[in-house]
Design a protein around this ligand. Sequence first.
Ligand SMILES: Cc1cc2nc3c(=O)[nH]c(=O)nc-3n(C[C@H](O)[C@H](O)[C@H](O)COP(=O)(O)O)c2cc1C
Length: 387
Amino acid sequence: MKIRRCAVLYIEPREELAIDWSSLFAGSTTLAASTRWLALAPHLDREIEVDAADLAAMAAVSQTVWSELEACEQCHGAACVARLLELGLLIGDAPEHEALRERDETLRAQHWRPLAALAHTFSRWHDVRTETGMEAPSFQQLLDRHGTPPAPTMDLGTPASAFKLPKAASGILDETLMKRYTGRNFDTGASLPLAVAARLLQRTFGAQEQRQVGPHADVLKKTSPSGGGLHPVEAFVLVQRIAGVTPGLYYYHPTEHELRPLRTMESDEAAAVALQMVAEQQWLADAPMQVVMVGRIERSFWKYRNHQKAYRALALDAGHLSQTFYLLAAEAGLPAFITAAINDVDIERMLDLDHLRHAVIAVCGCGPASTGPRNMVELRYGETGLG
Ligand SMILES: Cc1cc2nc3c(=O)[nH]c(=O)nc-3n(C[C@H](O)[C@H](O)[C@H](O)COP(=O)(O)O)c2cc1C
């Protein structure tokens, strides 16, 4: 049998601090530090504690070239090698290792930059709820906790020699730009008119043009810019209240301009799904339409193979789409939102996506604002305009 090391592997020394009671009673240092070595491999999607013997065995095996199992066993012991194979840190070519080998090969096939694959995999959330993982502190609470924030501008250069610019002229975008804001007080009794939802989706995520650039190779033109012109970020829509559309999860097809149902559901289930997606930020989950932005790794990294900037470009693409979405919502007189504080792992499960091939980046949404009293979160953010 042959083995090799998994494609991407980082080892993190994780320090843990605890109160050292004996030194505390002796009147000296009160913190004791201990270090564990954690293996982080994106294809395994979990942290694995390893020891010095594991590290030595893994260091001795190539991540590219297959080598004989026996040779490694002789140097590092059969038990150690068997454990690493079972964990998937070493990859075997035998049938019993097929499942983990397949995950490793999926990662290799995407052309991730290793550090980006690591950052993506280990920054995903599962079942984070606002009351445990996230909170929405008021600006005053932040001031109390962290003191004065860094100034709002860098304020560099010499004011005396500054070139004063003319006042910004008004333009046709002004009204929309000035109306744009993040809504956190959606009207749970209101639906999004179908025509508004259709325009928002088509003008943000839809193809305005399609061009063939080679046999079986097409590029799309959208209203937002995209790294490499590849438009790897696509939209999955959670419908809660769009007039005439059954609640549920849909894939929005950018050239066909249609919602393809993945799972229809009752309204209360759709509301629960929305809440789970945005880590229980109720103020965002109330919006009648949520859009999950998913980056297709294989499309982006087809060009940007093993590229340092590729993952950053993917996030920037989603940011551009979000602003376009916000502006179209503002044009329709609606607030919108975007959040990266999402339970990506849960969303992947709902949409049957593999995090190595599809990066769930952010969720945006919009809908009519409530005309009633503003809720606490809206008031908190409204105080400062920050979030
Ligand atoms: C990347 C990103 C992430 C955000 N995440 C959240 C969030 O998790 N929850 C939230 O209520 N608002 C979120 N916002 C909205 C900001 O809080 C908001 O843009 C900011 O307060 C400025 O307000 P404005 O959009 O109305 O100008 C996010 C915005 C961006 C661009």
